[in-house]
Design a protein around this ligand. Structure first.
Ligand SMILES: [Co+2]
Length: 299
């Protein structure tokens, strides 16, 4: 039985990601601020008719995922940093997700090369193999070949309409008993590699800059409900960052509203994740579809 074709919006979303990615790679330079790169991603995505699927993540060195700078942040990229920019686009809710690593520090060249190779190996494995554990094994093996480790508690993931993580995971090392891929799945593969001497896993930090609505639910508190309603109107359950609403509500006020909605379990919080031993982490990511004819890379 042939599958219905994947929604055209996935291809549009992936094409936008593919066009914006080289602009991002070129923009990350010593002296450029984190916020300049976030603003560039947003402007380039929106001028092509897409929307951000989640707040653009800026991960410098050991900062591995889920960090979105807020207004007033004056941090700049430095000469010896390893920088990851993780961004995603949705078109009508259809999500594609990517990540690139950039460095001007020659000490990290091999780590970036190995991470890129691990992604390529993972994609060619996925062309022959629907067992997600085996894709993880291929990533891990490629990392080890270069003397590096993978981050064991971060994974690739299926995506769906208005969902960045749709249920299945693609691990970065062999894991038994995982749900396998099937035709029609759209998924991101994202190897994270770090030094052989590193702990090889990430931990939460107290910094939280990314949130999403758990559901559209009323609290009975007017100001909370009106904020949540605005978020729902723009994001549904897709992630957002307080910075996006600071203009409308004021920077401090948004932080306060968000905090109260997290306490009421209306919002989910995604803490910034860092490598446990403080080691630098590299990441590359593509989103692809498993169609009748095989794997099609969308991004
Ligand atoms: Co991803």
């Amino acid at each position: 039985m042939n599958l219905p074709p994947i929604p055209e919006q996935y291809r549009t979303s992936g094409r936008i990601v593919g066009e914006v990615k080289p602009l991002v790679q070129a923009a990350v330079k010593p002296g450029v601020t984190f916020l300049e790169v976030c603003d560039l991603v947003r402007a380039e995505v929106e001028s092509r008719g897409g929307r951000l699927a989640f707040p653009t993540g800026i991960g410098v060195n050991q900062v591995t995922a889920h960090y979105a700078p807020q207004d007033g942040n004056e941090s700049v990229f430095k000469e010896d940093d390893l920088v990851k920019v993780d961004f995603g686009v949705h078109v009508d809710g259809y999500v594609t997700d990517t990540s690139v690593s950039v460095t001007y520090n020659p000490d990290y060249n091999l780590l970036l090369e190995a991470t890129q190779k691990a992604l390529e190996t993972a994609i060619s494995t996925a062309r022959k193999e629907t067992r997600t554990g085996e894709i993880g094994r291929a990533i891990h093996r490629e990392a080890a070949r270069f003397g590096f480790k993978t981050i064991e508690n971060l994974t690739g993931h299926t995506v769906d309409r208005y969902a960045v993580h749709a249920g299945k995971s693609i691990p970065n090392l062999y894991m038994p008993g995982m749900q396998n891929l099937k035709k029609g799945d759209i998924f991101a593969i994202e190897p994270f590699l770090t030094l052989g001497s590193a702990a090889g896993y990430v931990v939460d930090t107290p910094s939280v800059t990314i949130f999403s609505l758990v559901a559209r639910k009323k609290t009975g508190v007017a100001e909370l409900d009106s904020f949540a309603e605005i978020v729902w109107g723009e994001r549904k359950t897709l992630p957002f960052t307080p910075r996006w609403y600071a203009g409308e509500f004021g920077r401090e006020r948004v932080q306060e509203l968000v905090k109260r909605l997290v306490a009421k379990k209306i919002l989910r919080a995604y803490p910034t994740l860092v490598e446990a031993s403080g080691s630098p982490v590299a990441q590359f990511e593509h989103t692809m579809a498993l169609e009748d004819g095989g794997i099609v890379v969308l991004t």
